[in-house]
Design a protein around this ligand. Structure first.
Ligand code: HEC
Ligand code: HEC
Ligand code: HEC
Ligand code: HEC
Ligand code: HEC
Length: 219
């Protein structure tokens, strides 16, 4: 009887199958990498804003406190965004005719709030609360970077689950004294190994098992 397949066909078939499966794996790797990449998550990219507001100028150089504009950051889940009249306390006197500030003046005149493009966001199935972090010695820069050096605001963290968990497992490595929460250049001091655990005790921060419990963030 004639052979159904020529000798060697088996090897060809194996090679073909191998190529297909390796190709499929490579495709998954590439798709995964793109989905997690900084490009897709928006890290390092400053979105266009209605007004080129600069934290570097207002916070870094003029020294305006974060809480002047983000008034609820110590007391509520959300930090809050400044209403137009907060800008106008100064800009009704400084740079009053600047074309760059026209959208701010229009906003006030038309009673239509400025529509800032959101930079940071987490999915709605994740619970987050600013006040809990800020009042327990976690500084803005741990999550937002050195805001007072930014000309235009960009995202420095993609807020993947692992980012939250690495601190919830070891808050003692990140916790600061209350005054340092506002220091955008904070780095752990050389004696953090001693200070950290003492601050964790002082703030009554829960242990790692409690802080990594799924129901803390997924309620
Ligand atoms: C004079 C008002 C003002 C002050 C002071 C100020 N901000 Fe802002 N902040 C804004 C405005 C307006 C925006 C929206 C435009 C933008 O994203 O840059 C913003 C946006 C942000 C965002 C991004 C919000 C988002 O869309 O996710 C963060 C984070 C932030 N500010 C942190 C800070 C920190 C930290 C400080 C103190 C160092 C501070 N801000 C001081 C006005 C202010
Ligand atoms: C406490 C006073 C104060 C507040 C509040 C304030 N600004 Fe300013 N802003 C200034 C000063 C001072 C300048 C710089 C003028 C100069 O360069 O001579 C400035 C400059 C600017 C400029 C020009 C670009 C730059 O950064 O140099 C923009 C745009 C601007 N502000 C937008 C805003 C917006 C939007 C708000 C509200 C979210 C705001 N400012 C709130 C004081 C303030
Ligand atoms: C533990 C991480 C963390 C810390 C610390 C933190 N933030 Fe945020 N911030 C976030 C996350 C996450 C979001 C996005 C929240 C969302 O999508 O609901 C956010 C959003 C914001 C926004 C946009 C408005 C809002 O409330 O959603 C502002 C403004 C802001 N943060 C300012 C600050 C300031 C000022 C500080 C320090 C006093 C600070 N943040 C500390 C994680 C943090
Ligand atoms: C740099 C450290 C740090 C990072 C990053 C961090 N956390 Fe926390 N988180 C803490 C500390 C400290 C507490 C306070 C724990 C306590 O009071 O026992 C806390 C508490 C919480 C709580 C408890 C709130 C409550 O009402 O009990 C939630 C929810 C939470 N974090 C969510 C998040 C999410 C979501 C992220 C990531 C977007 C995040 N955290 C990132 C340090 C951090
Ligand atoms: C400290 C906060 C925090 C805790 C604790 C936490 N998660 Fe998450 N989780 C997040 C955040 C933030 C995201 C959103 C990730 C993103 O958008 O990339 C997330 C996303 C997820 C997702 C969606 C898929 C993914 O990985 O992005 C699943 C599933 C999930 N979490 C399961 C769990 C389980 C199970 C636990 C307990 C073992 C847990 N989480 C504990 C913060 C937390």
């Amino acid at each position: 009887m004639r052979q159904l397949f020529a000798p060697g066909a088996d090897a060809v078939l194996r090679l073909a199958l191998l190529t297909v499966s390796v190709g499929a794996i490579l495709l998954l790797v590439v798709v995964g990498a793109v989905a997690n990449s900084d490009y897709i998550s928006g890290v390092g990219i400053a979105p266009r804003q209605p007004v080129p507001f600069s934290h570097k100028h207002h916070s870094g150089e003029l020294g305006i406190d974060c809480r002047y504009c983000h008034t609820s950051v110590e007391v509520a889940a959300t930090a809050g965004m400044p209403p137009t009249h907060t800008c106008m306390t100064c800009h009704s006197q400084i740079w009053t005719g600047a074309p760059m500030l026209a959208p701010v003046r229009d906003s006030l005149a038309n009673d239509d709030p400025l529509h800032w493009t959101r930079v940071n966001h987490i999915p709605s199935y994740v619970y987050f609360n600013h006040s809990v972090h800020v009042t327990k010695g976690i500084g803005c820069s741990s999550c937002h970077g050195a805001m007072d050096h930014m000309q235009m605001t960009l995202r420095v963290q993609s807020f993947h689950m692992e980012f939250c968990l690495q601190c919830h497992r070891h808050p003692e490595e990140h916790v600061r004294t209350p005054d340092q929460v506002w220091n955008m250049d904070w780095g752990a001091p050389p004696d953090q190994a001693v200070r950290g655990p003492a601050l964790v005790a002082k703030y009554h921060i829960r242990n790692a098992a409690q802080l990594t419990d799924c129901s803390i963030c997924h309620r």
